[in-house]
Write a protein that binds this ligand. Structure first.
Ligand SMILES: C[S@@+](CC[C@H](N)C(=O)[O-])C[C@H]1O[C@@H](n2cnc3c(N)ncnc32)[C@H](O)[C@@H]1O
Length: 262
């Protein structure tokens, strides 16, 4: 064994010591996973309402636009990673039903519980399925999905590249991916406005709607430490995706990324 090889014990110790960003804080990788999931427990029941009010309804417009770019067809199977309360899965189900299926994949039970109740009330109850698990190790065989979506969840992954290669693995050759993620406005005057909104108005609104401001403060911080769009596009290419492109929406507050598996 060369001097650079780690023993399994060293590798485990290093994995525990690895530090990643959780908003403006540096925490260990397992701690980030626990903290991210914990963020959604207290807000799950009112997540949809907070999302709608605090984004002025824009989130739904972005989601519809993103799903439209996938050109889904009846009978296709879609995996919605970090699917939460299932908005993207429902939009996908409307296009792939009745033979196709949309799977909501998430590691937070309260979010999925809220999503299940919403799906049950919809016309697509039989076409949306919920699976609990971590985006960094998807519990599906290789090459089974026609499309993968991720809505505002990729920023939360502890090991982003690992998650992207998992998404690549479960896509069929030719399969498409659509990622929606927040970013930072390009124009300076809008950025200043966005700062005030993110750090002052939004946490206040969140406290009123959800009873807690913490998760929304984390949201504002995590957007600012996350990759710029060019970097995330590079990561997609490194994970094996082709035809990678992105488009900024609403002054760059949100970005939609599109790519396919060769
Ligand atoms: C901001 S919510 C977005 C929910 C939904 N996609 C939407 O657009 O409304 C992020 C979701 O990602 C989930 N999530 C974060 N990291 C995850 C991971 N590593 N594995 C699975 N789910 C994860 C959270 O539990 C949460 O439900």
């Amino acid at each position: 064994m060369s001097a650079r090889d780690d023993s399994p014990k060293d590798a485990r110790a290093n994995a525990g010591a690895e530090e990643v960003s959780f908003g403006y804080r540096r925490v260990s990788a397992p701690e980030k996973r626990r903290l991210v999931s914990g963020q959604f427990d207290p807000i799950a029941r009112r997540y949809d309402l907070a999302d709608a009010l605090l984004s002025f309804g824009l989130h739904f417009h972005w989601k519809k636009w993103g799903i439209g770019r996938l050109a889904l067809k009846e009978g296709e199977h879609v995996l919605d990673v970090c699917g939460g309360t299932g908005d993207l899965a429902l939009l996908a189900a409307a296009r792939v039903a009745p033979r196709g299926r949309a799977f909501v994949y998430d590691f937070n039970r309260p979010m999925m519980r809220a999503g299940r109740a919403k799906v049950k009330r919809s016309r697509f109850a039989g076409s949306v399925l919920f699976v609990e698990g971590d985006a960094e190790s998807l519990s599906f065989p290789d090459a089974v999905f026609d499309a993968v979506t991720v809505g505002f969840g990729i920023r939360n992954l502890v090991h982003l590249d690992r998650g992207l290669s998992e998404m690549h693995r479960v896509l069929k050759p030719g399969g498409r991916i659509m990622i929606l993620e927040f970013s930072f406005p390009v124009r300076a005057w809008f950025r200043r406005l966005y700062d005030v909104y993110s750090f002052r108005v939004m946490p206040l609104g969140a406290r009123i709607i959800c009873g807690t401001a913490g998760p929304f403060r984390y949201l504002a911080e995590s957007i600012r430490v996350f990759d710029p769009p060019e970097r995330l596009a590079d990561r997609l290419k490194n994970a094996g995706f082709s035809d990678v492109r992105f488009r900024r929406l609403t002054e760059g507050i949100a970005v939609v990324y599109l790519a396919r598996r060769r």
